[in-house]
Design a protein around this ligand. Structure first.
Ligand code: B12
Length: 292
């Protein structure tokens, strides 16, 4: 991740270098020192500071966020603007829109549960009766993924952080919900391995064996037959008790109450809360199962 000098961050924020150095020396901004004793600030730390203090960013391009400058020039706009950007395939616009909201303090979970989900639902409603809709839906999905990937890249949990694996079941083509879960989990501080869409249970088995995760998420958007639900529930029941199984998504209702180990949740805010719960629990402690 990029390291900034106090001068670079000061210029980006439109403050003096001496103020910036004072904030570093008083601990408001964490910094490391080079061999020569110069202060260096991780981009993720600069972003944390901006979010927490609501500091305006005068020159976002100096933080490698030129799309935020574009969003500022366009005065960001409300949720309708995001929908327009998805409909037009405007990656720069959507990245700037989301990053601006994030810098202004919105959490990734709230952005996913709110404006991104709303825009994708509205896009689906606009295009569901049209042949061209499939193209628009795929492109809108890709624009969202690119914007979320930029937010995910700001979070780099340590190599020894607890890990979660997840994805969407075999035959389920939906990319966005599982990527959102991975992004929210990484932002909470866990490592996340996203198997993506169309992942057979054997792929989950291999990932669980390889990574020994503390959490597993299953994102169900395409309806599953009752027989598939039964098989999947049995598979979840056979997981090591050290793994918390979370199931969510538009077509996940049949999993609610299907087994005491399953945590059936509806939103990315709940995924965020569960990830933070795992991070707060000691590695060896058994996780009390709960049913929503
Ligand atoms: C993009 C899209 C597609 C794209 C997918 C591209 C891709 N690779 O991802 C394509 C074109 C492939 C597609 C295909 C189809 N689609 Co489609 N699609 C959509 C659309 C517009 C957006 C989906 C999306 O990304 N939503 C955004 C996400 C973020 O919302 P979400 O899934 O609800 O996730 C939120 C929560 O549910 C929760 N959550 C989700 N997962 C998880 C997981 C965990 C662990 C947790 C805790 C929470 C959680 O958090 C998220 C954020 O709040 C939706 C509209 C809609 N209402 O969603 C239709 C929609 C889902 N599709 C629909 C249909 C009908 C189809 C097709 C059958 C069309 C056809 N005739 O072929 C096919 C079926 C594909 C299949 N094999 O199942 C219908 C489904 C109707 C129904 N209820 O059954 C919808 C609702 C459109 C509509 N209004 O009619 N689709």
């Amino acid at each position: 991740m990029r390291l900034l000098s106090p001068r670079e961050l000061a210029d980006a924020l439109g403050v003096s270098e001496s103020s910036l150095k004072r904030w570093v020396d008083s601990g408001k901004i964490q910094a490391t020192r080079t061999d020569g004793g110069h202060r260096r600030i991780l981009l993720s730390e600069a972003v944390r500071f901006i979010r927490e203090t609501r500091a305006p960013v005068a020159r976002p391009e100096l933080l490698d966020l030129p799309e935020v400058a574009v969003a500022q020039r366009r005065a960001i706009g409300g949720a309708d603007r995001l929908l327009d950007q998805l409909l037009e395939g405007d990656v720069i616009g959507a990245r700037g829109w989301l990053m601006s909201r994030y810098l202004a303090g919105a959490s990734i979970a709230d952005l996913c549960d709110g404006p991104v989900k709303d825009a994708m639902y509205r896009l689906g409603e606009l295009w569901k009766h049209d042949e061209g809709g499939i193209f628009i839906e795929h492109r809108g999905t890709d624009v969202c993924l690119q914007a979320l990937a930029q937010l995910r890249a700001l979070h780099d949990p340590p190599a020894d952080a607890p890990l979660a694996v997840g994805g969407a079941p075999e035959g389920d083509p939906y990319l966005l919900p599982s990527f959102m879960a991975a992004t929210v989990i990484a932002a909470a501080g866990m490592r996340a391995v996203n198997l993506g869409p169309d992942a057979p249970l054997t792929a989950f088995d291999a990932a669980i064996q390889h990574h020994a995760p503390r959490m597993m998420w299953l994102s169900v958007t395409s309806p599953l037959s009752p027989a598939r639900v039964r098989t999947t529930v049995q598979w979840i029941a056979g997981l090591p008790t050290s793994v918390i199984p979370i199931v969510g998504g538009q077509q996940s209702a049949p999993f609610a109450g299907a087994h005491p180990a399953i945590r059936h949740v509806r939103s990315m805010a709940e995924v965020d809360a569960l990830a933070r719960e795992v991070l707060a629990a000691p590695a060896s402690s058994p996780h009390a199962p709960a049913v929503a």
